[in-house]
Design a protein around this ligand. Structure first.
Ligand code: FAD
Length: 376
C-alpha cells in the first residue's frame, strides 16, 4: 500500500540518528536530503561540544534529551571509535556579581541530573587554568567535544547497514495526507516524482517550519516560525599564555540567546572562539572580519593574554531558533501531529543547541512516538 514506511526529511545529525534508530527496529526508511551529501548545514557548523545538561531548565526536553544524549553519545563514541575528548568545561565568573549566576547554573544542572558539578574558588581556577582570570568558576567535568563528521558517518553507515536508503539531491517540495499515510513530492535533478509513505519525520533543521507549512500547519498559529540566529567563529593558535586544558565559557547573561563567546577545541586540538549571536534574515555563512575586535574584547575578560593578531576568521553556523530577539526560553518541538488531524507526521522544529549532543536521545524519543502510533 505504501512505497515506504518512514520518510525522514533531512540528513543532518538528527535525521541520520533517527534513520539509524528506526531502521534498527525493522522499519523501511527513506532519508531525503536536498544537498549533495549529508551534514552540510548546521550539523557541520557548530561547536561540536558534548554538553553536560546545565544550560536549560529542568523538565524541558532540551535538558532531558541533552543529559540522556550525552551519556548515549559517549557510549557510542567508545563502542565505534568516534573521536571525542572529555575535556571538561569551566564557566568562569569575571566579577563577584556573576557568582550568584554560577550558583543558579550549578543548582539547575544538578536538578537536571548532572551529578559531577563543582564550584571552584579563584585559587582552584588558577591551579587548573593558570592563563584564565576569574574570581570563581563552575566546573563541569563531563562536558567534552566530539567529531561531528565521524558521528554522522557512523549514523549514516548504521542506517544503510540496517536497510535504510539515503537519497541526496532530493528536495521535498510537497507533503499532504493521503489515506492513512502521506503523499511526498520530491524534486531531483532528473525531475519530480511523488510517492506514498506511511509516516514522515521532519528533521529539516533551518527549513523545518517550511516543511511543517507544506503539510498544512499554520506555523505562526502553531508557534513553529523559525528565526535565524548566526554564530561566527574565529580560530586562534594558543601561545604559552593562552593555552587552555578545558573549554572555558563566560557566565552567560540571563535569558541570553547563546552562551557567550567561549573557547572551544575540536578533537584535533584546533582552538576557536565563538559563537557570536546575530539574528539575520537570510542564510549567509560568511564571517565578517570586522567582528574580530568584539570577539577579542569578549574573550580577554577571562583570557587576558589574547592578542588581536591571534584571531583569524574561521566559519559560521546558523541556529534554527524558535525564540526571536529578546524572547525567553523556547524548548525543542518534537511532536506527533495526530491531534491536528495529521497522524503519521512527526515534526522536529527549533532543534538548536544541544541538538548535536541530544541526537541519539532525540532519535529514541521519535521512535517512541512512532511506536505509540503503531500501537493504536
Ligand atoms: C553556531 C552553532 C553552535 C552549536 N553548537 C553546538 C554544540 O556545541 N553542541 C550541540 O549539542 N549542539 C550545537 N549546536 C546545535 C546543533 O548543531 C544542531 O542542533 C544540530 O546540528 C541540528 O541538526 P539537524 O539534523 O536538526 O539539522 P541540520 O544539520 O540543519 O540538517 C537538516 C537537513 O535538512 C535538509 N533539508 C532541509 N529542507 C529540506 C527539504 N525540503 N528536502 C530535503 N532536505 C531538506 C538540509 O539540507 C539539512 O541537511 C550548534 C548550532 C550552531 C548553529
Amino acid at each position: 500500500m505504501y512505497d515506504t514506511e518512514v520518510t525522514v526529511v533531512g540528513a543532518g545529525v538528527v535525521g541520520l540518528a533517527v534513520a539509524a534508530r528506526l531502521a534498527a527496529s525493522g522499519h523501511k526508511v527513506l532519508v531525503l536530503e536536498k544537498r549533495e551529501g549529508f551534514g552540510l548545514e548546521t550539523s557541520s557548523r557548530n561547536s561540536q561540544v558534548i554538553h553536560a545538561g546545565i544550560n536549560d531548565p529542568p523538565d524541558s526536553l532540551k535538558a532531558r534529551l541533552c543529559v540522556e544524549g550525552r551519556s548515549m553519545l559517549y557510549q557510542l563514541c567508545q563502542a565505534h571509535s568516534v573521536g571525542n575528548r572529555r575535556l571538561g568545561k569551566m564557566v568562569v565568573a569575571s566579577t563577584e556579581d556573576e557568582v550568584p549566576r554560577l550558583e543558579v547554573m550549578c543548582a539547575r544542572g544538578q536538578a537536571n541530573g548532572v551529578d559531577d558539578l563543582r564550584l571552584l574558588t579563584r585559587r582552584e581556577v588558577a591551579v587548573l587554568e593558570p592563563n584564565v582570570r576569574a574570581v570563581a568558576a563552575l566546573l563541569s567535568p563531563s562536558t567534552g567535544v566530539v567529531d561531528a563528521w565521524a558521528l554522522m558517518r557512523l549514523f549514516a553507515a548504521q542506517a544503510r547497514d540496517r536497510g535504510a536508503t539515503l537519497a541526496f539531491h532530493s528536495e521535498v517540495v510537497g507533503l499532504g495526507p493521503a489515506g492513512e499515510g502521506w503523499r511526498v513530492s520530491v524534486l531531483e535533478p532528473e525531475g519530480a516524482f511523488t510517492f506514498q509513505s506511511r509516516t514522515v519525520v521532519n528533521c529539516a533543521g533551518l527549513w523545518s517550519d517550511h516543511i511543517a507549512a507544506l503539510a498544512g500547519i499554520d506555523v505562526d498559529q502553531a508557534g513553529y516560525r523559525l528565526h535565524y540566529c548566526k554564530g561566527e567563529f574565529f580560530a586562534f593558535t594558543p601561545r604559552p599564555d593562552t593555552r587552555l586544558d578545558h573549554l572555558v565559557y563566560p557566565t552567560p547573561e540571563v535569558d541570553a540567546a547563546g552562551l557567550g563567546i567561549h573557547t572551544i577545541q575540536d578533537v584535533e586540538g584546533v582552538s576557536r572562539l565563538g559563537p557570536s549571536i546575530e539574528y539575520v534574515d537570510r542564510l549567509d555563512y560568511q564571517v565578517d572580519v570586522s567582528h574580530r575586535e568584539a570577539f577579542l574584547q569578549a574573550a580577554r575578560r577571562y583570557l587576558p593574554g589574547l592578542e588581536e593578531a591571534d584571531l583569524s576568521p574561521d566559519f559560521a553556523g546558523i541556529r534554527p531558533k524558535l525564540a526571536g530577539p529578546g524572547e525567553g526560553f523556547r524548548d525543542f518541538i518534537i511532536r506527533h501531529e495526530a491531534d491536528r488531524g495529521l497522524p503519521g507526521l512527526v515534526n522536529l522544529v527549533g532543534i538548536e543547541s544541544p541538538g548535536l549532543t541530544a541526537s541519539p536521545a532525540i532519535a529514541r524519543h521519535v521512535a517512541g512516538l512512532l511506536q505509540e502510533l503503531e500501537a493504536r
